[in-house]
Each structure stands twice: as structure tokens, then as C-alpha cells.
Write a protein that binds this ligand. Sequence first.
Ligand SMILES: [Zn+2]
Length: 119
Amino acid sequence: METPYTGQKCTCIRGVMRDNCSTCEGTGRVIDFAAIRRSAHTPKFIVGDKVAYSVQFLKSVGLSHSDAAHARGVITGLTPFGGGNLALATITWDREMPKKVITPNLAKVGANRRFANVD
Ligand SMILES: [Zn+2]
């Protein structure tokens, strides 16, 4: 995986301080560790994947027992953003649901898949 950067220059001073810098790991550019953590927990999706909203997402927005929890869809398009496995998925749902969903809010469904991505 390519290392994501925040786009900011690190404030450490070139030399010994930079070699031991945990913010930029010696690159001088601030590494986006939040993006790395997000993508580490985000499975790679492909067009054609059958998906549902992830249990974690439904809980976080208080929709665990709503219609959204029963929605099933198929990914028809993926627009990567932010590095790692993050992407904006275009989904054809089996009911009225938002067509664009970021992949961390999704879980794959199917015979051999766990219903949710549990950490
Ligand atoms: Zn640094």
C-alpha cells in the first residue's frame, strides 16, 4: 500500500531529530496515520460485490433496527479517494437507499462472507 501523506511538511528538524521522528518517519512529510488506520479496517471492494451497511455504521448512526439494516445492494462503481482501500461506492440497492456510500460503511454479504467486518 502506498503511504498516504496529509500534504503538510513535518516540523521536525532535518538530521537526528528527523531520523527518529514518528510523525513523518524521516520523510519530512507528515504521514496520515488516520488514513492508514481507516484503510487497514476497510476491506477491498470490487464492482459486483454484494454489500450491506456494516453493523458498526448502522450502530453509529442509530439505524441497527431500521430498514437500512435489511438493505442489500450491488456495487456498480468505485471511486477511490484518500489512499488505501478507501473508495466511494455507487450501489444499486434492493430498496430506496443513498446510492453513494463510502466503503468503510459497507460490509460484504454472500454465502462465504461474514456479514460484517468485525475488528
Ligand atoms: Zn518529522
